[in-house]
Design a binder for this molecule. Structure first.
Ligand code: C5P
Length: 235
């Protein structure tokens, strides 16, 4: 598979279970997401171990700082050889442009995407920090800002994919968590979508954790989802 659409979330406390899971998957079938907990516990060494196994990495550290600091952090991530890195769009246009310029000058330019609004932020949480727009308005506004600042895409809910695809264009990368195959447990996710429905709504990549990492046979679960995606459009 040239460009696997599934990014498996390695939500583990340390390297051992993360590598054990990676050893049960196939780099041709997925990419891997390393987030704050795992990266803080293991450092870049884990990324090297995963990349040596052939996996491309989404480094999900959601940088948010003054423009210069964010740019340097993105450059450091690029020098680790990751495939994708992200920042918070709430850092503003100057920060987003600095991050974009920082990765543009690197030899293996990673895709740079933005988090719009954390899905944990409801209307009251916005009100508490002095924002009177609705969460949906903020998502659209921040995604548009990310696109206008030259970023490659955003993280978004599949429920936002159709709208963002329409507003941000066909090239904009929409990376979507909250995915559950139809028979899978919801875990702590509330607004979920199936892999196929999310792709049909316009998502580019799907971040999937527990339906694969907790499966008795993770590779089989992954292949099953890829099969479902490949059959899109088939009767
Ligand atoms: O196990 P599950 O499929 O729910 O994992 C989803 C992954 O996507 C986790 O790493 C989670 O932190 C991340 N995520 C999410 N919802 C968001 C943003 C990120 O579930 N709004």
């Amino acid at each position: 598979m040239n460009d696997p659409r599934i990014i498996v979330a390695l939500d583990y406390p340390d390297a051992q279970p993360a590598l054990a899971l990676a050893d049960r998957l196939e780099p041709s079938q997925c990419r891997l997401k390393v987030g704050k907990q795992l990266f803080t516990a293991t450092g870049p060494h884990l990324l090297e171990s995963l990349m040596k196994r052939g996996f491309e990495i989404f480094l999900d550290l959601k940088f948010h700082d003054i423009p210069n600091t964010t740019a340097q952090a993105c450059r450091a991530a690029a020098s680790l050889g990751v495939w994708m890195v992200n920042v918070h769009a709430l850092g503003g246009r100057k920060m987003l442009e600095a991050a974009r310029d920082a990765v543009a000058g690197t030899s293996q330019k990673p895709r740079l995407i933005a988090v719009t609004l954390l899905t944990s932020m409801a209307q009251q949480d916005l009100h508490d920090i002095g924002i009177n727009a609705t969460p949906a308005e903020m998502v659209l506004r921040l995604a548009t800002l990310a696109r206008d600042s030259g970023l490659d895409g955003v993280v978004c809910s599949a429920h936002e994919s159709a709208l963002l695809r329409k507003h941000c264009g066909s090239e904009f990368c929409l990376v979507t968590p909250g995915i559950r195959p139809s028979q899978a447990s919801l875990d702590d996710q509330s607004r979920v979508m199936t892999p196929r429905a999310a792709m049909e709504a316009g998502s580019s990549y799907l971040v999937i954790g527990r339906p694969i990492t907790q499966a008795a046979d993770p590779l089989r679960a992954l292949l099953g989802i890829n099969q479902e995606l490949e059959n899109r459009g088939a009767v």
